[in-house]
Design a protein around this ligand. Structure first.
Ligand code: GDP
Length: 367
């Protein structure tokens, strides 16, 4: 029955079954004179954008649309999971449009980190990944850090054009947009939303002061994220909530570190040295010898080595090994979504293990 109702806000077909899917409205909303979906309701009444997820196909459609548009593109990444939250295809679709890169969750990094240096690092990494952003900003959407300045700079850079905000799920895009909405619209209740032409996508347009729009696209799922391989409770353990306290390990050759049961790091050769681990303060790190590591993992995954918990082992992917030789000073070995280990001196041979499907990589040190 729900398919006879259309949301007045965005034109989407209203459904009453699944609150996490687009077009949801509680049954009681259908009795009202003007029917709007929950997402439009919240945007209208609370100035608040709600999350909706998107399939890969939908994402391609959005990218195509962005390529055809004349707009400023704002791409948001999670600075704690820079590579895991990167949108790999974006640079091929931007066309002539300018891109602004926003690194969110800067509150998670140690306070000693110099923001100017980190911005330089982000510019360098973006170039390596094929994107040349016009400007790079560091913010904490949750803490409201640097939001006003970023919003003002975006307003100048857009130069009278629309603004598209893109980002993969969990980077804090909704939190960011909700902050921006408060900056740009104040208390006015003039928000309109719009249905993406020709698709079932839920795109929201927030009017700016010159008849242009801030366009919010749904969150894009990046399949390499650790988040897809663990349950919600464990995700809370591995997602840092406050400033990360780096943990330093002095290792001899032939030693291993386990990060819960989610990742493993073998120090193969390069003499005794220190390794600085940047992971959630709540994630347990266990040290052992490489020669005992396989056995330990097999016997104690889900108990000593947790997360994952005992109930999740059946569906937890095997760990896959990748070897790296550190050739530069200040290098990170990254466990996508979990954190990274900084190695200060070149000459170390190491192996990193993550669940099959998750990414490991070596990069120039972030800190
Ligand atoms: P979206 O999926 O990209 O729209 O992300 P959300 O806005 O729903 O945020 C995802 C998660 O990141 C939530 O748990 C937020 O509380 C958290 N988050 C958002 N912004 C920040 C931030 O600036 N710092 C920290 N530490 N967490 C944030």
């Amino acid at each position: 029955m729900s398919d006879q109702y259309i949301c007045m806000g965005c034109g989407i077909k209203v459904q009453t079954e699944n609150p996490n899917e687009i077009g949801y409205a509680p049954s009681s909303a259908l009795e009202k004179e003007t029917i709007i979906c929950q997402r439009c309701f919240r945007l209208k009444h609370y100035n608040e954008v709600q999350d909706v997820n998107l399939t890969d196909d939908d994402f391609l459609k959005i990218l195509n649309e962005i390529g055809k548009s004349d707009a400023l593109i704002v791409m948001i990444v999670d600075i704690f999971d820079f590579n895991g939250s990167w949108l790999p295809g974006l640079h091929r679709f931007v066309g002539n449009n300018k891109v602004v890169l926003v690194g969110n969750k800067v509150d998670l990094l140690p306070k000693s980190v110099k923001h100017a240096k980190l911005v330089q690092w982000m510019k360098h990494e973006s170039k390596e990944l094929g994107l040349r952003p016009e400007e790079v900003f560091l913010v904490s959407a949750a803490k409201g850090l640097n939001i006003g300045d970023t919003a003002a700079a975006i307003d100048v850079l857009r130069n009278g054009k629309d603004v598209y905000v893109v980002g993969c799920t969990n980077v804090g895009k909704s939190t960011f947009i909700n902050r921006i909405i408060k900056e740009v619209t104040g208390e006015e209740d003039v928000i309109t939303t719009s249905h993406f032409p020709g698709t079932t996508l839920d795109i929201i347009q927030i009017p700016l002061d010159d008849e242009k729009f801030l366009i919010d696209s749904p969150g894009i799922i990046n399949h390499h994220q650790m988040a897809h391989f663990i349950n919600k409770k464990d995700l809370k353990i591995i997602t840092p909530k406050k400033e990360i306290k780096p943990k330093v390990f002095q290792l001899n050759e032939g030693q291993t570190l386990f990060f819960g049961g989610l990742a493993r790091f073998d120090y193969i050769s390069g003499g005794r040295r220190s390794f600085v681990c940047y992971v959630s303060n709540e994630l347990n790190i266990h040290r052992t010898k490489i020669e005992n590591a396989d056995d330990l993992y097999e016997k104690h995954l889900g108990e000593l080595l947790t997360p994952p918990g005992p109930d999740d082992l059946e569906f937890f992917p095997e760990l896959v090994r990748q070897e790296f030789t550190v050739k530069e000073s200040k290098t990170d070995i990254v466990f996508s979504g979990l954190g990274w280990i900084t190695i200060n001196e070149p000459g170390a041979k190491v192996a990193a293990y993550v669940p099959k499907g998750v990414q490991t990589l070596m990069r120039r040190s972030l800190i």
